[in-house]
Every structure is written in C-alpha cells, then in structure tokens.
Design a protein around this ligand. Structure first.
Ligand SMILES: Cc1ncc(COP(=O)(O)O)c(C=O)c1O
Length: 457
C-alpha cells in the first residue's frame, strides 16, 4: 500500500496539472497507425513490472497517441468535458469495484442510479414518474429502445422471435446508431425508413412520416417505431416531436427520442422547449457524457413504459434469485454487470448544481452564436444550417475541393481540431463547442486561423 499511496499522490498531481492546462499537449495525437502496437512488446510481461516503468511508458508511448478531448481547442464532433469531481468519482468507483448485477450485490449502485434519474427528470422538465437506467452509450440505449418497440407492437417477439415485417422510421439526419441497432436486432436495413428531411432546417417532416407509414401499411407491413432526433449529429436540428408524437399515438407505434447531445441543454430553463412533446415519448436517450461534463461513458435511457422494457429483457436464472424486493436493473436491459456510473453523475450534479450546468450550456451557446455572427458577416462564407445550440455548420462559397483543403489545413496547423459533415450533398465544416475550457478567445483564435488560411486557398 505504500507504493499505492506514493503513486496515488503523484498521479493526483499529474491529473490536476493535466485538467488545469490540457493545452500543454497538442490537441491531436501525433502518431501514425500502428505506432503504439509496434512500440509495445508482442506479449505481456511474465514478471510484474515496477510502476516507474509503467508510468514512464504511459508518458512516452501512450500519451502521444492521445487525442485530447479535454483540450479547449477540441471543436470536433460533439466536444465534451471531463469534470474534476467526476474524475474523483471514477477513482472511487474503481476502488469500490462494485458490480450492481442485482440490488443485493451493491444496493448503492442501483439506488444512486434511481436518485440521479429522478433529479435529471426534474431538471429537464420531464414526467417525474418515468423510469431510467444508465448504459454506456446512446447506441446501446437506442438498441434497447428498439427492442422494447418490437415487443410493444409484437408481444410474441419475446418467445417466438420477431415478425419479419416490422418497420422503423427516422429521418435521414438520424444518427447511424438507429440503423445499427435495427441491424443488430434483425430488422434488416431494408426495414428502416430514413425519411429525407427538409433541406433547409434538416427536420423530419411529419407529413412525410405519415405518408411512409400509410404506404407500408398498404403493403402489409407493420410500423413499429419512430425515432425523433432532438439535436441531430450533423446540425443539432430538432425534429418536431409534438407532431411526431401525435402520429405515433394514432398509429400505435413506439416513439423513441434521441437527445444524446441536446438533452443536457434542457437543464437550462431557456432550452426547456427542446423537450416539447418528449413527455409523450415511450423512451428517450441522452448522454451526460456529451454535454453535462460527465466523463465517457454515461448514457441515460428514460422510459415511460418500463413494463415493456422488462417484458423484453427480464429473465431470472436460479443463481440470480434473491429474497429481497429491491429493484434489479438487470431486468431492464442486456447487461448483467453494472459499473457504478451513477457515482460520477451524482458528483457532477452536486458539484455544479442545476444552475452551474445551465450556466455552462448558456455560455457555450452564446459564444458559438457570436462566432456564427462573424461567419455570417463575411461574404466569403456561407452558413449551411440553423444553429439552435452550440454547433455551427459553415463552408466557403463554391466547390467542395477548397472546403476539404480548408479543413485539412486547419487540422494540420495543429492548434485546433474540427470535423465535417455533408449537407445536401455538399462538404461542410463544423465547429462544436462543448468543453468547459473553451472561451471566446479560443474561438477568436480559430476564426483568425480560418481567415488567414482562406487567403492562400
Ligand atoms: C444524436 C446522436 N445520437 C447517438 C449518438 C451515438 O452516441 P454514442 O457514442 O454514445 O453511442 C451520437 C453520437 O455523437 C449522436 O450525436
């Protein structure tokens, strides 16, 4: 334990320095594919090694291969933050090494999850009696929602397998996890309707959804689930959930809302509108690891129909029977093992409070809007989508080639990391703000770089 104490103190200092100024590292990893694999021995050590050697290799070999999501200049995908209190909670969670397979195997794991879910529902203005469960990723949460949808529409699925005529609907802006979940569950890609969005605001058009459902019913198929997106991956567009809910109710199909990124924003009163109509959903996913400062991984699946989730997933072998009446979260999903994710969520929610999280979101949206205004005022650029939250999609007027070159040169400069998407068939650059250390100065620096590069493209 002497060695653990010594290294514990050393690493606490290392982590504090890192979290305080991740910009001491380049935002992008500096290695080529396979460098780390080649730098490390092909076989694991036969004898144990001292911590000095392990940590030295961490600094020399592993760290150069890290892309620093904690860096304020990380503006790609959905930028995120690993909050210091949550890092401490992860340390505790690893030490406790609980496995919440049942309530009895560590009651705190289950009960803290229940408490955090209740707090989140209240903060986001969602029905307080909803059920919620933590998974690793939104992809897995959505897979569970699709499995529940199947049982909702075809209850025989649990025992007999699913009928082969079930159809899932989402927009062409929905995240690929919807299609992947459907594939994994055996729907087959041809049973997923990706309905083209409005080409200006990138939102699903309810009339098109209704038409697709009508056509499928006329062809003898069985509409099963519609996935609405609140905060789409490319543009953060928000589907018209109230109108979609209306259709889902009329058609008796499951409504799942993917709010993986934008759900966190609903904590701020001025963004409660994001949840309009979501109270009518059967399930909804959002990831505190995207925009609520909780380190990866942490995804919440809410559901107004836990009975259906239970019907889809509960199975009780003899060796898991207990005599207590505690809640067993294994009954609501695939994983049996359950790590103590709620601990980092609880630490984060308590440390910042609702108002602290809302202030972070508000500030990041405001600074993104200021950057967007600069882009709009510059006639060399065009804005390619509405920006309701903390992402802007932009491009140079004209062909794709110069835009691809611009992105490559921004990232090659080494100070910033941006990613791209394609909208209406055209290549588009994205700036996504989501890191607590990102400031107006960060974005001013990016804009200077972009304007400088454009002169030579
Ligand atoms: C809207 C949306 N849904 C789902 C996902 C998938 O998230 P995860 O990586 O947690 O599976 C993403 C990822 O960015 C997303 O943007």
């Amino acid at each position: 334990m002497r060695e653990f104490r010594e290294w514990g103190h050393k690493l606490a200092d290392w982590v504090a320095d890192y979290v305080e100024s991740p910009e001491q590292h380049a935002v992008l990893a500096s290695i080529r594919p396979n460098d780390i694999i080649q730098a490390l021995p092909a076989g694991g050590p036969v004898q144990g090694e001292p911590m000095e050697r392990i940590f030295s290799d961490f600094e020399k070999i592993i760290l150069p291969g890290v892309t620093h999501w904690n860096h304020p200049n990380f503006l790609a995908y959905f930028a995120n933050t690993s909050a210091p209190p949550a890092i401490l909670a992860e340390f505790l969670a690893a030490a406790l090494n609980t496995n919440g397979i049942l309530w009895k195997t560590s009651p705190a794991v289950t009960e803290l999850e229940v408490v955090c879910v209740r707090w989140l529902l209240a903060w986001m203005g969602l029905p307080g009696d909803w059920f919620g469960i933590l998974f690793d990723t939104a992809s897995i949460s959505t897979l569970h929602a699709l499995a529940a949808a199947r049982v909702y529409v075809a209850p025989q699925t649990r025992d007999e397998g699913a009928p082969n005529n079930l159809i899932v609907y989402c927009s062409d802006q929905a995240h690929s996890s919807v299609e992947k979940g459907a594939m994994a569950l055996g729907f087959g890609r041809k049973q997923v309707r990706r309905i083209p969005c409005d080409p200006v605001d990138f939102r699903l058009r309810p009339a098109d959804l209704q038409a697709a459902i009508d056509a499928d019913r006329a062809a003898g198929l069985l509409p099963c689930c519609v996935v609405a997106t609140v905060g789409s991956t490319s543009t953060t567009s928000v589907d018209p959930v109230p109108a979609i809910a209306e259709i889902a109710e009329r058609e008796h199909i499951w409504l799942h809302v993917d709010a993986a990124y934008a759900g966190s924003a609903a904590v701020a009163p001025e963004f409660h509108w994001l949840m309009e109509g979501c109270e009518r959903a059967h399930s909804m996913v959002f990831n505190p690891h995207k925009w609520m400062m909780v380190p990866v991984d942490c995804s919440v699946l809410f559901s107004s129909r836990p009975d259906i989730l239970r019907q889809a997933f509960s199975l009780l072998p003899e060796y898991l029977k207990t005599s207590d009446d505690g809640l067993n979260l294994m009954d609501y999903g695939i994983p049996l093992g359950r790590r103590f994710r709620a601990l980092k969520l609880w630490f984060t929610m308590r440390y910042y409070g609702r108002d602290g999280i809302a202030a972070m979101i508000r500030d990041q949206v405001a600074m993104l809007q200021e950057l967007r205004a600069k882009m709009e005022a510059d006639s060399r650029f065009e804005i390619c989508a509405p920006s309701p939250l903390s992402v802007v999609c932009f491009r140079l007027q004209g062909e794709d080639g110069p835009n691809r070159e611009l992105l490559e040169r921004i990232n090659a400069d080494g100070r910033f990391f941006l990613s791209h998407t394609v909208l209406n068939g055209r290549f588009v650059l994205r700036v996504a703000v989501g890191n607590l250390l990102t400031t107006r100065e960060t974005l001013a620096g990016l804009w200077d770089l972009v304007c400088g590069l454009v002169l030579s493209i």
